[in-house]
Structures are given as structure tokens and as C-alpha cells.
Write a protein that binds this ligand. Sequence first.
Ligand code: AMP
Ligand code: GLY
Length: 425
Amino acid sequence: MNILVIGSGGREHSLTWKIAQSPLVDDLYVAPGNGGMGEIATCVNLDASNHDEIIDFCRNKNIEFVVIGPEAPLVDGLSDRLTAENITTFGPSAAAAILEGSKGFTKDLCAKYNIPTAAYGRFSDADAAKAFVAEKGAPIVIKADGLAAGKGVIIAEEIEDAFAAIDDIFGGQFGAAGAELVVEEFLEGEEASFFVLTDGENILPFGTAQDHKRVGEGDTGPNTGGMGAYSPAPVMDEVMIKRTINEIIMPTVKGMREEGRPFKGVLFAGLMITNKGPELIEYNVRFGDPECQCLMMRLQSDLVPALMACAQGNLGQITAEWSDEVALNVVMAANGYPGSYEKNTEIKNLAAAEEADNIVIFHAGTKKEGNTILATGGRVLNVTALSPTVTEAKNDAYKALDKIDWPQGFCRRDIGWRAVERENS
Ligand code: AMP
Ligand code: GLY
């Protein structure tokens, strides 16, 4: 079968890497791909927002299955269009992708179906939002309703900061994504990511992970797309997984069906494990980046039938096999990220860094020119290790990373600190 993957990040590199191992695959394409993917797939320069172009390509190359990596094309209806053209597609419809596309929608769904989440209010008017903040007090969380590339959430320690965030959002800082906002209670606890595949009815748990969102060591500084992750997340023990499925995932899958928006794809629940149990922070309608890279390292069974079953409605017949080992990845980003950074700087010595059997370097913002790899994005490389313990995975990942010669890049040195502390206590 010929397969097309949509996307260009570390997440898509790891999905493509795993799909390339499937005996079901004949030709594998990725649009647009990045500097690391050329060896395992054919990179094609297609624009995911141009649906006609994607359809034409699929027809020309006899593509039978499309895997959509990022959220924007999902919210934009690419999955609907491909499905209407009878091309099997992994990724939810636009109607279902609203779970990530509108935070207000998801909060209302939680309220209606009794899903534990922070108490909240939805506002399209600054005065009403400020009155709510004044009543609730700080700390408090302000969120732009729509997609804001992970930057639309402000944790306000003081009331004044919350007021400023409300003014910024309604002032147009996030464009149309900020036409509405959600104000919500600040939740205390440990964060975890939980993934399930679903065909709209059946679910298949698909792993746990923990991300490191802040740019600086000790979880300091501004939020980023994620600076490193590991899987599994020790806080998600069997009891917590069961509770999350029963209290959060199943009511969501059922609720979305009842709302006439059946969800087919991967549900990525961002959770806060509070002293009351799991509470939903947010849903994403695609795999996490960099969490996905860890999941793909641990997945032992074929990814292709599992992803196809989400679209085809036979997920009940699918199982997934996982390595008992720990996967940990460290993101190398361009100096300055998440602010402005230099582009087209050269990265050397990648082959030597990737020599060990348990190391894979997934590329994100890179391009290949001749035999040279250039950094083109903010998050650039994901150095990923699979090892028996989290302490070893961390040591192995940094040992590999330290061989990379890229003076214009940096990383956090403490990825996995929470799990390492737990393992050694
Ligand atoms: P989100 O984009 O919704 O995942 O939010 C980004 C980050 O903000 C999350 O990963 C949390 O660290 C934090 N956050 C969001 N909502 C809350 C909340 N209600 N309480 C505490 N932290 C939150
Ligand atoms: N790493 C967090 C995300 O993908 O949203």
C-alpha cells in the first residue's frame, strides 16, 4: 500500500520511521517532511492547506492511506475532504477536531458529560472576564479559545497579570483565536499526557508520557512546544490509567458521538493528577510532539493497522505491544527559541551521535542541502534513547547529544528529572 504522511516535525519523523518498518508499506511519502526523513520516505513539497493539491497527489501516486500529523490541517477539514474522496485517513473530522480547536467547546463538553476539569467561565467581553477573575482570585489561568501554537495559555500569579492577559487576548495578540477566552481555576498537581486511539466507539490505550514545556531547567522560563519527554509516565499507574479511561476518555468518546461529532483518531489528554485524581487540562486531536517520538520508540507492533482501524471502525480487533523499556528524548533547539533565532546554521556529527543501537535522532526544523544538514526551525532535533531505566535512558540520550556539533543550538540538561528522582529514591 502507498502511504502519505502530512507534516514536518519530530512527531512526523517518528511516525514515518515507524510506518516505514511496516510490511504493509510499498511507497512512503511525506509532505513536506524535513532534512532527516529523506532516507526513509520521499519528501514532497505539498501545501496541506491546498486540499486539491493533496487530492491530486494522492490520485497520481495511488495513495491508499493518509496520516495527518499536526492539528491545523485537521481543524481545517483535510481529513473530511480526503474521506469524501474515499481515501482512508488517520485524523479526526473538523467537527471532532474542535476538541482542540476550541477550548470553550471542550469545557462545555466536560460540564455536560461530567468530566473532571478545572472550574471555568467562557467570555467574549473583557469586563465580564475581569469580573469573574476578581471574584475567583489568583492564581488563575487565562486561555485564548482557539489554536495559538501552544502560546495562548497564561498562568496569572496576580490579578493584575490576569487582567493584562485578558486585554492582550481581546487586543488581538492571537488574532481570531482570541475572539473568545476561557478563564479557569488553577489546578495543583503533576502533569501527564495520556494517549488513546479511538474509532469513535472502541478505544485502544496508546501510552503515557511526560513533557517538559518550559524552556529552562527546573521548569522555568517561557512555555515552548516541549523541550523533551519520556514514556511511560510513572504517575500514570494502572489505577490512574483506569480512572482516566472511565472518568475522562469514555465519557468524551460517548459525548462526542452524542453531539454528532464522532471522534476517530488519537485523543491526547493533557492531565493534571491532583489529590482528587485525574483532571483534564486540555485535549489535543493529534499525537504530542515530542511525546510521540517516545511512543514510537516503545511500540513493538505494527503502527499501520492500528492507525487504519481508527478510520475503518475496527479498532476492537487491534492490540498494541509495547517495550517495557523507557524512551526519553531531549530536544535541541536553536539559541533564542522560543523567541527569535538564527536560521541555516550547520549541524555536524549526527551519524556518530546516532551510532548506538538504542539511539534514534528524529529531525524537526532541519533541511538537507547536499550532504549538509541545516537548522531551519526553533525545535530542531530530538535525541531519543530506549533503555531499561529512565536514569539510563537519560544518560544515553545526553551521551549521544553531546557528540552533536552544533554551536548555535541548546538543550535542557534536566529532561526526566522527576522520574529519575522517583527511580532513585
Ligand atoms: P495547554 O496549552 O492548555 O496545555 O496549557 C499549557 C500549560 O499550561 C499546561 O501544560 C499546564 O502546564 C498549564 N495549565 C493549563 N491549564 C492549567 C490549569 N487549569 N491549572 C494549572 N496549570 C494549567
Ligand atoms: N508537547 C505538547 C504538545 O504536543 O502539545
